[in-house]
Ligand binder design. Sequence first.
Ligand SMILES: [Zn+2]
Length: 368
Amino acid sequence: MKWSFRLFTLAGTEVRVHATFLLLLLFVAGDGFLRGQGISAALESILFITTMFACVVLHEFGHVLAARGYGIRTPDITLLPIGGVARLERMPRKPSEELVVAVSGPLVNVIIAAAIYLGFGITAALNPGYNFLKSGGFFEKLMVWNAFMVAFNLIPAFPMDGGRVLRAVFAMFMDYGTATRRAASIGQGLAMLVAVYMLLNATLHPMLLLICFFIFMAAGQEAAGVAQQEATRNMRVRDAMLTDFRTLPPDATLRDGVELLLTGAQQDFPVLDSHGGMQGMLTRHDLISALAEKGPSAPVVEVMRPCPDSTSPGTDLSQALDALNASDCPAMPVLEPGSGRLLGLLTAENVGETLMVHAALMKLRGSS
Ligand SMILES: [Zn+2]
């Protein structure tokens, strides 16, 4: 994630913090200080927030350790102001495994809250007359926070943990794609309902509205991701790559690029050296903006992007698409393994067209 910094590494998983999270700490401290509570109150607020987020990290480690048990790599956890995100290399596809991974996070908070409760019980037994419910102290607040985390995360709004539990349960009775669509619709419906309720009652809570928005977007994204995976299942890069394309030599100018752009439908052009090796990619966007800045006689090598990521024809299409989406190049070169010769280009438009054709043919086969 951009704008995040490594805090420490625990058991092979990096714990990172997003820059906006530090702003939250500053805000809490500043707020306490400005309300005339003094430095010690501000420090206490920071200590409590830090402990709260330590519980968030432990919650994420619950997911991480459960995922590892199924052989899934878990490179990092990132702390955001709205909570933590554990990055799993992939989601477990077996419903029972997803269920365990989803439940393991909130389970950690149940254990923390229970431990604090037990601690209070022992204290009360040793000191008759002690009533922790009236104390309002640090640990009591921490127990309430952990109970809140359990309740909040188990709201069945995909992609929250509760939504994942729901998807896993659905997937036991229907195919994975349909289960995801159902869980995502329920998540989006709940988010809409809460947002509409707030608007009707004119009780706009900015943080809650932000969470609704986040859930709505994330549910849609995850459903689209699964739909893409389902559509590209058993497909390879060679099934969807562009093989009829134009390239530019390293001594080409922007004028040559414009000529290619205007004579065909291709938008991004690989720049190849004299041995056919990939040097970079001239994108339509870069070409147009450089044209105004540098003029048509500027060499393309000054404008091209390095685009170091490449793929091979035999690679799983959905895996290559994830890499394409993560890179800042609109087209990914498909290289012949061994020789490194450029065989094709993988672009989002071409994959989209391939999938449409694929879907139409499936429909034809289904109706005949
Ligand atoms: Zn969780």
